[in-house]
Write a protein that binds this ligand. Sequence first.
Ligand code: SF4
Length: 187
Amino acid sequence: MATLEELHEEASGCTRCGLAKGRTNVVFGTGGPSARLMLVGEGPGHDEDLAGEPFVGRSGRLLEVLVRQEVGLERSECYIANVVKCRPPGNRDPLPDEIEACSPFLDAQIDLVAPAVVVTLGNFAARTLLRTKERISDLRGRCYPFRGGHLVPTFHPAAALRGGGTVVAQMRADLVRARMILGGGPC
Ligand code: SF4
């Protein structure tokens, strides 16, 4: 199997889907290569496309605070990636063929990092990894067995920025669930 560095290199020149045309940078993923917690979002936004790093804008700052406060981990202690590695134009939702084209990268990242817990952020990451069409509001609040570890779905931090206190409180509860599992608690 390729290493994370080799996969990053491959993604940097990838033209497997139409999102290659509009990108500034491929946003492959960052963090500890053996992180016990992996955070998976939807796709890069404007700031991420420019920086080449996931979750660097306002959403990222909120996510960092919530993970630090509820899980007790710093950003550098987690591995962070998105379902699609190139920015959808105008921040539109990624299309099914784009998700399918990019999924081998995320699958390989999960296999290589082998986190104990994957926290998905928003509809697309949860639906892609759990292979379901259910909405995040129905999926969250539970934990799912996932590739030898566990998956905890929660909202995207952008939804928390829009939705305010209720969404933030639900994200906090989901992250507490992740912390308990990381500490050896039941799913
Ligand atoms: Fe390749 Fe993924 Fe970028 Fe599409 S989104 S061009 S599959 S890296």
